[in-house]
Design a protein around this ligand. Structure first.
Ligand SMILES: [Zn+2]
Length: 273
């Protein structure tokens, strides 16, 4: 990748699925609305700073895991990055926002990168409760083993609270969806792009105050929504939901890569997030 001073924040849609609203929102019957279909996108995110350093946020799901769980998928990070002008071998850091299977596949594609996640997340998934069915359904044991190995190799950075992953790239631990869920804020011009990952699967969670169905701690999840709503109310600050197809209409498409959204170019509706 040329170090030409280009800064980018991109969402790469690598898969999708059709689900139902009743499966998506916690205790959906409370809202007195009919069930219906809802489309879910799968993304990972690429941050390229002006110094040419690339931070990858999550690594999607592994193709074999996607096939086994009957998800549609189109690409993996190592396959998609060259088309975006990024040599996967140059990725300096991989942020793991949380350890669910659709965010930790393909970590082996980045054998030299620093991996950054929260200590609470790492300790939970390597701890005694992780094998219980309601939690275990959402991880791949091989991928947790990979994180353990990275820890032994000394290339896993465990953070708590807030952490600068790169210049202008801040990780903020919010919990809720998982014990140590992170969001990522990226300084962008005078404003901020907020990669909410799964602290916000769908904009509707914040905009209509409807928690997502899969969670570790409901009060923390509500507090994360409050934080995201407060961020969205700040000038020039744009929320990027983790699984919402609306990302692709709230921001401009990448000029050449299909399925890639340029988060540095919000459209007017994004500001209302
Ligand atoms: Zn997810």
């Amino acid at each position: 990748m040329a170090n030409d001073g280009t800064r980018e924040v991109l969402a790469v849609r690598y898969g999708n699925r059709v689900s139902t609203r009743a499966e998506t929102f916690l205790n959906y019957h409370l809202y007195g609305e009919p069930d219906g279909k809802i489309e879910l996108d799968y993304y990972f995110w690429v941050i390229r700073d002006g110094a040419g350093r690339v931070t990858l946020v999550d690594t999607g799901f592994a193709p074999a895991a996607g096939d086994r769980r009957r998800r549609n998928w189109f690409t993996t990070p190592a396959d998609a990055l060259p088309g975006l002008g990024v040599d996967p071998a140059t990725v300096a850091a991989v942020v793991v926002t949380h350890a669910h299977w659709d965010h930790t596949g393909n970590l082996h594609q980045f054998p030299r990168a620093e991996i950054v996640m929260s200590r609470a997340e790492y300790e939970f998934w390597t701890g005694p409760l992780a094998h219980r069915a309601q939690f275990a359904a959402h991880i791949e044991p091989d991928e947790i083993a990979f994180l353990r190995a990275a820890h032994r190799e000394g290339r896993l950075t465990l953070i708590a609270g807030q952490h600068a992953a790169a210049p202008g790239v801040e990780l903020v631990e919010v919990g809720g969806h998982t014990p140590g869920e992170l969001i990522v804020t990226v300084a962008w011009g005078a404003g901020t792009v907020v990669l909410a990952s799964d602290a916000l699967h769908f904009y509707e969670e914040v905009e209509r105050d409807r928690p997502f169905a899969i969670l570790a701690d409901l009060p923390d999840m509500y507090r994360a929504y409050d934080l995201l709503a407060a961020l969205a109310a700040e000038p020039d600050t744009w929320l990027v939901a983790g699984h919402d197809p609306a990302v692709r209409t709230r921001f401009a498409p990448h000029p050449t890569a299909p399925d890639v959204t340029d988060l540095g170019r919000p459209r007017p509706a994004a500001a209302t997030g």
